[in-house]
Write a protein that binds this ligand. Structure first.
Ligand code: NDP
Ligand code: HSE
Length: 432
């Protein structure tokens, strides 16, 4: 097979970028033998030229001026693994507009400016590939873009942030504190530079926006996603959840439903949820991710694998690099297609079962007062547990699925009761 040289410009050489350099060095000959592509990294942009990188490439190819790589006719393809919105957005647009295909892992950028970038790629007829932006090493972007492009997808649920899943697993299984587990996730290269982005659900929110866009063909941005994080989850919540047959995971949900007038509406949310221990998502631990795709024709599909970390993520980036390089030889690019503006599901129409953890006075008649409040708001109780704590008692309720707005007004009324001293936790519960 005749060999074609593809000269790569790498923007960023941190966890993912450095792992890509190593993977390419290891796999170069085998990829060339199979595909005829002679891939080489010819330029690398970083912030700090003095950092020790220990990668098998000469110092001479490093620059702290990323714009010198973009649009450079000596560079055939750009890999962006620097993160953040700017200057990544401007650099990627510059690359696409000058005909350089781009591979990126930057979910934050795609969830905010995806439509603009997809349009720029389409106008230039080059690839913008981003398998690594959602769920690390798991192939989910390409299946949604290609294999499932004809599937009427109804719902996607998953665990799509490795850092938070790692923290929750370490807390539940090993009794680690939140801070200890977060520090470990940072050391292992799972967390974003600003870990609030992981912990408060922004990262999973960006990923679910990308998933909803691809699955439903509408332009969902991170601003359309309601997200909650895991910083308020306590070891006590995990213990109570476990006693009731559940574990707690940060869940991302993208769904499409017809409303009462038959109009198609889309929902995209991230929240910590109680998941039955018998559910396959309950077995997804550590930095692993899993994505369930539900569709009218396929039924249910499950994708599972490492969701974060330099080397697994670099594997997804590398696959895109090979794909984009092949497409460059054949002069065609993968398309996202036209995106409509979404109609988001109004929050008053959302429904869920809930877990509530209340502290109340331990006196006769208190339980009756509390349960009456649920009844007054039309929220039906599925189960209740009580635990004595001296002069106070803890009440744990699991409700049947009810309208979220009814549950929130129940909470307001409960907080107003003199006998309720605290509503400690309120979490959604998913069914089997
Ligand atoms: P790191 O923080 O480890 O690396 C970022 C790299 O970008 C560093 O080499 C940094 O330079 C460089 N950089 C940052 N800003 C600039 C700039 N303005 N000009 C030139 N270089 C710059 O991040 P990760 O490797 O962990 O992540 C990279 C991307 O991949 C992010 O978008 C992230 O969300 C995404 N991602 C990460 C995953 C993971 O598990 N880590 C998984 C999936 C996606 P310097 O080294 O000098 O500081
Ligand atoms: N910080 C991200 C996570 C990296 O923990 O999932 C993978 O996108």
């Amino acid at each position: 097979m005749k060999s074609s040289s593809i000269r790569i410009g790498l923007l960023g050489c941190g966890n993912v970028g450095a792992a890509l350099v190593h993977l390419l060095a290891e796999q170069h000959d085998s990829v060339e033998r199979r595909t005829g592509l002679n891939l080489s990294i010819e330029a690398i942009a970083v912030k700090d030229l003095n950092k020790n990188r220990s990668i098998p490439l000469s110092d001479e190819i490093f620059t702290d001026d990323a714009s010198s790589i973009v649009g450079n006719p000596e560079i055939n393809l750009i890999v962006e693994v620097m993160g953040n919105i700017e200057p990544a957005r401007e650099l990627i647009l510059g690359a696409l507009n000058s005909g350089q295909p781009v591979v990126t892992a930057n979910k934050e950028l795609l969830a905010a400016h995806g439509a603009e970038l997809y349009a720029a790629a389409e106008n230039s007829g080059v690839d913008l590939l981003f398998e690594a932006a959602v769920a690390g090493a798991i192939p989910i972007v390409r299946p949604l873009r290609e294999s499932l492009s004809g599937e009427p997808i109804t719902r996607i649920r998953g665990i799509i942030n490795g850092t938070t899943n790692f923290i929750l697993t370490r807390m539940a299984q090993d009794g680690a504190s939140f801070d200890e587990a977060l520090k470990e996730a940072q050391e292992l290269g799972f967390a974003e530079l600003d870990s609030t982005y992981d912990v408060e659900g922004y990262d999973a929110g960006a990923k679910v926006a990308i998933i909803a866009t691809l699955a439903f063909g509408v332009e969902v941005t991170s601003e359309d996603v309601q997200h909650e994080g895991i910083s308020k989850i306590t070891v006590d919540d995990m213990k109570f959840a476990n006693q009731l047959g559940y574990c707690i995971k940060l869940l991302a949900v993208a769904e499409r439903k017809a409303n009462q007038e038959g109009r198609s509406e889309v929902g995209a949310r991230v929240y910590p949820a109680l998941i039955p221990l018998s559910h396959p998502l309950a077995a997804v631990n550590g930095s692993f991710n899993a994505v369930f795709v539900e569709g009218d024709a396929v039924g249910e599909l499950m994708f599972y694998g490492p969701g974060a970390g330099g080397r697994p993520t670099a594997s997804a980036v590398f696959g895109d690099v090979i794909d984009a390089s092949g497409n460059l030889q054949r002069s065609h690019g993968a398309l996202i297609g036209a995106l409509d503006k979404p109609h988001m599901i109004p929050s008053e129409n959302l429904e869920s079962a809930f877990y509530l953890n209340l502290k109340v006075e331990d006196q006769p008649g208190v339980l009756a007062q509390v349960t009456e409040v649920f009844g007054n708001h039309g929220v039906s109780i599925q189960s209740m547990e009580q635990e004595g704590m001296g002069s106070e008692a803890r009440l744990i309720f699991i409700t049947h699925s009810s309208r979220e707005k009814d549950l929130f007004s129940t909470l307001e009324s409960l907080r107003a009761l003199n006998v309720v001293s605290d509503v400690d936790s309120v979490l959604r519960v998913i069914g089997d």
